[in-house]
Ligand binder design. Structure first.
Ligand code: C2E
Ligand code: MG
Ligand code: MG
Ligand code: MG
Length: 281
């Protein structure tokens, strides 16, 4: 009896596994097709300086995929699959080029210059020709390094410190500004921080959320801001949703913030409109 049940359970798991594997294969294939069919696009979330006038000082490019049947697929769902299959290299190159193209369009429209911040996958950091890809995009769209910045999640930096240190140093030598994304979630050994050529630290939104929960949550965020300051890094709060969180970040010396409290990620024209309304510092 129990043997039969074991077998049933086993085949249940197998089916489940197969279903998951085939879902991944389907997604992978439709991503490949989607790239050719221009189903990907970028949204831009404005980033605000927390000083006087609170000007927009940047825009984070966030990848979107509009699948003809599935609708909008969130990046958390397709980026891991793209990373496993290596497709992230093509997608990542597309993101870099599209961000450069959009930046040029905004410049041509006479908008105030703000850097576009592009998320890089760890797989891209390992890409041998990343610098060539970048250089080509910058050249094709007439961009200077001050107009494009990069974000890399902390977990990537931790898993391969040596490799990451080298690539970030190369990028920084080219004049690109770099941020550590989702900071605080990666169980950092803090010693690696001072060796990395980064300019900014983005406090993960889970910490920003906890500010309003209790004193310990608030203390953690205060500590991360203090750490960044002591290393001379700019600090950015992500996922700011309430006036209370914003007031806390401002009072504790956080430099910049983004989140639904200010604006959701926007289409390129909508971002341009916001930028026209926002005064430079
Ligand atoms: P991330 O880089 O940490 O981006 C911030 C995420 O928080 C975005 O989710 C953004 O829409 C969301 N967000 C912004 N404000 C708020 C808020 O006030 N509350 C909450 N709860 N969320 C907020 P999104 O767009 O779904 O992207 C998720 C992640 O996917 C990104 O996290 C990033 O790691 C990755 N990603 C997005 N675009 C790209 C890309 O072009 N390349 C790579 N490699 N990764 C990307
Ligand atoms: Mg990011
Ligand atoms: Mg982030
Ligand atoms: Mg995050």
């Amino acid at each position: 009896h129990s043997k039969a049940m074991g077998r049933n359970q086993c085949s249940f798991f197998k089916e489940e596994m197969n279903a998951r594997i085939s879902e991944r294969l389907i997604l992978e294939n439709s991503m490949r097709r989607g790239l050719a069919r221009e189903e990907f696009y970028l949204e831009y979330q404005p980033i605000y300086a927390l000083g006087a006038g609170r000007p927009i000082v940047g825009a984070e490019a966030l990848l979107r995929w509009r699948h003809p049947e599935m609708g909008i697929v969130p990046p958390a769902r397709f980026i891991p699959i793209a990373e496993d299959s290596g497709l992230i290299l093509d997608i990542g190159e597309w993101v870099i080029r599209e961000a450069c193209r959009q930046s040029r369009t905004w410049t041509a429209a006479g908008l105030r210059e703000i850097p576009v911040r592009v998320n890089l996958s760890g797989i891209q950091l390992r890409q041998k020709n990343l610098l060539d890809v970048l250089q080509r995009a910058m050249q094709d769209y007439g961009r200077k390094p001050a107009q494009i910045e990069f974000e890399v999640t902390e977990s990537v930096l931790l898993s391969e410190v040596e490799m990451a240190t080298g690539v970030l140093e190369a990028l920084s030598r080219q004049g690109f500004k770099l941020a550590i994304d989702d900071f605080g979630t990666g169980y950092s050994s803090l010693s690696y921080l001072k060796r990395l050529h980064v300019d900014k630290l983005k406090v993960d939104k889970s910490f920003i959320h906890d500010i309003s929960i209790d004193e310990r949550g608030a203390a953690l965020t205060r500590g991360i801001i203090g750490l960044a300051k002591s290393l001379n890094l700019r600090v950015v709060g992500e996922g700011v949703e309430t006036a209370q969180q914003l007031a806390f970040l401002t009072a504790n010396g956080c430099d910049e913030a983004q989140g639904f409290y200010f604006s959701v990620p926007l289409s390129a024209p909508a971002l341009a409109e916001k930028l026209r309304d926002s005064r430079p510092s």
